[in-house]
Design a protein around this ligand. Structure first.
Ligand SMILES: C[S@@+](CC[C@H](N)C(=O)[O-])C[C@H]1O[C@@H](n2cnc3c(N)ncnc32)[C@H](O)[C@@H]1O
Length: 417
């Protein structure tokens, strides 16, 4: 069947129409005419596989990654970077139209370094191979030249593939900090210490090695980590502050772009010396340390107990003493709080949701700075704030933290009035 691609879905699939019915085509771009084979046909839409490109988009380039067409990680290795940024603007615009009924024109801040930007990556291990999941046969393949992972991954895989105990390792996590130090996280299902024969080789490239015990195959990491190598802490840096990172702590994967994102979030807050700020979903305090010294008091809520422990240590390291970190569920803890003139929130993909938004409306801060990794839930939450008739949306900015993929980070500023 021959189709013309007219749009890109929020997950970067080409969208065409056949008698009004939407057809989603992986790796097809707007403006292209393609030959497809239908893979799945549902009542309202179909999924199709492209078999031939009859007319190419001008934005299509030769893939920068040799494994792009089998790997699940990236969606845009054969799409010009400017076109990726346009896609992200459109994705946010259409989410706001669809979920909030708002017409917006967001600006986007692109990246200078679009390759090998990730400071944290996970590789699966299966049948003696360490790599990514092949989307065609669900096996694991070893990447030839991943364009988003830290470059050291190749050497680490080479060493680990010669290890006899490899069959006990289910996942290999690699973190690289701002000093270029490497942490390796070896995930096992069992709680028996790993006794690798290749430690001496790994020690040459990594400063920290952990075994993480994770009985749940649906998650990357489990709650328990055992230090196998490393004296001192593994630290990251954001906005001139330093942070201790545990192997499983959340830290944005693109440090350089995260700094730009946080700067906007903090500028939105316009911190002043008599401000009382409530920060929700605060993680290890990465954003908190960037503005706490400018305000009177911060209360920060995060449910990861380990993250809260790290946040307390991080406050000490950075000489910050006016923050109380609360370990708990935002939806429960926020009910007990009042008396803040500014709120900053950075929830996970599911957004803040109705309960938390109604508590924010009750507290009634003059400024809300909302950082989000999902434009659909951001738009849904902002709709609730606007419907309260207390808040108006001033602006939305997007920062590209995830080059080559469809993922989007944005920051919204809302003011009371
Ligand atoms: C997107 S991260 C942001 C973390 C931090 N602001 C940063 O930039 O590093 C979201 C954080 O929310 C936490 N979280 C998720 N659901 C939560 C909940 N219901 N209550 C409290 N914290 C939650 C996660 O543990 C995670 O640290």
């Amino acid at each position: 069947m021959k189709l013309e691609v007219i749009d890109l879905s929020s997950e970067a699939k080409g969208v065409a129409r056949d008698n009004g019915k939407a057809i989603f085509i992986e790796n097809a771009y707007p403006g292209e005419i393609v030959e497809v084979e239908i893979l799945k046909s549902k009542k309202n839409f179909s999924e199709a596989r492209m078999t031939e490109i009859i007319r190419k988009s001008e934005e299509r380039i030769e893939s920068v990654c040799p494994d792009f067409y089998r790997c699940n990680g990236c969606q845009f290795c054969d799409y010009k970077y400017e076109a990726q940024l346009e896609f992200k603007k459109e994705k946010v615009k259409s989410a706001f139209k669809k979920f909030a009924g708002l017409d917006i024109s967001p600006q986007i801040v692109g990246a200078e370094d679009i390759f090998n930007y990730r400071n944290h990556i996970q590789f699966s291990v299966k049948d003696g191979i360490i790599g990514y999941i092949d989307k065609k046969n669900k096996g694991v393949f070893r990447p030839h030249n991943c364009k988003i992972a830290p470059k050291e991954y190749k050497e680490i895989i080479n060493i680990l593939e010669n290890e006899k105990e490899l069959e006990r390792i289910k996942l290999v996590g690699i973190r690289k900090n701002y000093k270029g130090e490497i942490m390796i996280i070896l995930v096992t299902r069992d709680d028996i210490p790993l006794n690798l024969s290749i430690y001496d080789k790994l020690f040459k490239i990594s400063s920290h090695i952990f075994q993480n015990i994770n009985p749940n195959p649906r998650l990357h990491y489990g709650p328990k980590s055992i230090k196998l190598l490393g004296d001192g802490e593994f630290k990251e840096s954001i906005l001139d502050n330093e942070f201790i990172l545990s192997p499983t702590s959340f830290f944005q994967v693109n440090r350089v772009q995260a700094e730009k994102l946080y700067k906007i979030g903090i500028e939105n807050l316009n911190p002043k010396s008599d401000d009382r700020v409530l920060e929700l979903y605060s993680g290890i305090g990465t954003i908190t340390m960037g503005y706490a010294h400018k305000v009177s008091k911060v209360i920060a809520i995060e449910y990861g107990e380990k993250a809260v422990d790290d946040a307390i240590k991080n406050a000490e390291i950075n000489g910050v003493s006016n923050v109380d970190f609360i370990a708990g569920d935002v939806a429960e803890e926020i009910k007990k709080l009042d008396g803040f003139n500014k709120i900053l929130l950075d929830p996970p993909r599911s957004g803040a949701g109705e309960k938390v938004i109604s508590e924010i409306i009750r507290i009634s801060p003059e400024i809300i700075s909302y950082i989000s990794c999902d434009p659909a839930t951001l738009a849904r939450d902002i709709k609730l704030l606007i419907e309260s008739k207390k808040y108006k949306l001033e602006e939305i900015k997007i920062v590209d933290l995830f080059c080559m993929t469809h993922h989007v980070e944005s920051v919204a500023l809302l003011t009371r009035g």
